[in-house]
Design a binder for this molecule. Structure first.
Ligand SMILES: Cc1cc2nc3c(=O)[nH]c(=O)nc-3n(C[C@H](O)[C@H](O)[C@H](O)COP(=O)(O)OP(=O)(O)OC[C@H]3O[C@@H](n4cnc5c(N)ncnc54)[C@H](O)[C@@H]3O)c2cc1C
Length: 393
């Protein structure tokens, strides 16, 4: 192993919401953890609104609560989803998802991504055994069964027993580890902004698969929604360049007045859509978590939910190994983490990709199939119940 400037038990690359959750999950241990992040400390400490409103499942809320992040998020930033409606084209028919009657619980809760990052950052910063190395990226990494060595952009070398890549769906660390991935660039982008609107949303989320566009309306505080428009990337770029008035006119036309008159209440954000499935989720002395392992299409709102449960599994296995004085990078343990993540995420990942193909196809057969699919779902209560249960898991 090369000589290094600093030694850690675990180095996490990427202080996104999953990398930070993982570092926070390890807080109860004595493990020496470093989190390397390319953004500056100032930007991490005060994360800017990035347009994403993350729909959290009940399982995710439980995990965030366990690591102390849930209560650190202001109540005013938590918007319950009391139901969801799925629409197809110009049909007035809606497939409805509602919480089971009498449960008193919403389907999920929307929280701005920046508020989740903020809460997690504060936990990690206050943790004695964690070091945040901000403003640097990892430019080289080598790994073997003995450990991993990383070179940072400032030339420093770090050694770790375990390297954990959490540096997004286009993870450079995954490439450095020689792990391939199925990366699918969809040619579409998701354009997002917050709008204040005339009509009441009743905390109901709407996903509308219209012709040549998908519109999602996510209910936030009273009279305010997050509007998500999925379009061909070149069209999204055009809309992004419009001035506010023209942009609002275009939005109102595309929403066909469903929300009544609207005004913009945030800046606009655009995300080119890319899905990723890494060929392996571990390598000797290394593991992948979050989007670096599985980058979901956002339409089913599950990327972070999966990343959060995945990091919990890995952290739990590491904490158990630590308690039993076993190796925290034991290949069998990493293999079991990979198997768990594969099994738990694959059905949703492939079902989401299928849904995207079905609902973005403009062929008359695809339109007919999705129309039939919605009716089928509505009249088979167990299908709706199953999906609602999955959303509330
Ligand atoms: C529009 C949109 C809406 C979404 N809505 C939902 C939703 O409702 N529910 C849900 O569950 N999920 C949702 N997701 C998915 C969710 O945002 C992601 O799954 C989640 O952000 C993944 O977190 P992460 O920490 O793995 O990666 P990221 O959030 O991508 O963070 C990666 C971090 O690594 C850093 N980094 C990158 N490269 C390097 C490097 N070389 N060195 C050091 N640092 C590096 C980056 O600066 C960043 O801070 C949505 C995604 C999008 C795009």
């Amino acid at each position: 192993m090369a000589c290094s400037d600093e030694r850690f038990d675990i180095v996490v690359v990427g202080a996104g919401p999953v990398g930070l959750s993982f570092a926070a999950s390890l807080a109860q241990s004595e493990l020496k953890v470093a989190v390397v992040e390319q953004q500056s400390l100032e930007r991490l400490a005060d994360p800017a609104f990035d347009g994403r409103e993350i729909a959290l499942t009940h399982a995710s809320i439980r995990i965030l609560r366990e690591i102390g992040a849930w209560d650190a998020i202001p109540a005013s930033d938590k918007s319950p989803i009391q139901g969801a409606r799925v629409l197809n084209g110009s049909s007035a028919f809606a497939l409805c998802f509602d919480p089971p009657s009498g449960s008193g619980e919403p389907l999920g809760v929307l929280v701005p991504n920046c508020r989740i990052r903020d809460a997690l950052f504060k936990i990690v910063r206050s943790h004695d055994h964690a070091r945040l190395l901000c403003g640097h990226s990892v430019v080289d990494a080598t790994n073997s069964h003995k450990g991993a060595v990383m070179t940072l952009s400032d030339g420093r070398q770090l050694t770790a027993r375990l390297l954990v890549a959490a540096d997004s769906r286009l993870s450079a660390t995954r490439d450095l580890l020689g792990i391939g991935a199925n990366i699918n660039r969809l040619g579409n982008s998701m354009l997002i902004c917050r709008v204040r609107h005339e009509r009441v949303h009743h905390q109901i989320a709407v996903e509308w698969f219209d012709h040549h566009q998908t519109v999602a309306m996510l209910p936030l505080m009273e009279g305010v929604s997050s509007l998500l428009l999925t379009l061909r990337s070149n069209e999204a770029d055009k809309l992004l360049a419009f001035d506010d008035d023209l942009f609002l006119t275009e939005l109102t036309n595309r929403c066909q007045g469903r929300l009544g008159n609207m005004t913009l209440t945030s800046n606009r954000h655009s995300y080119p859509l890319v899905t990723t499935w890494a060929h392996q989720f571990w390598a000797p002395s290394a593991a992948l978590i979050g989007d670096a392992a599985i980058g979901m299409h956002p339409v089913t709102a599950h990327g972070f939910n999966i990343g959060l449960s995945g990091q919990k599994q890995l952290a739990h296995r590491i904490l158990t190994a630590c308690r039993d004085r076993r190796d925290i990078a034991d290949p069998d343990m990493l293999y079991r983490y990979e198997s768990w993540l594969r099994l738990s995420a694959a059905p949703l990942y492939y079902a989401t990709n299928l849904l995207v193909r079905l609902y973005s196809g403009e062929h008359p057969a695809a339109r007919l199939a999705r129309h039939a699919g919605l009716r089928f779902g509505q009249y088979l209560p167990f299908v709706r119940h199953g999906i609602s249960t999955m959303l509330r898991r």
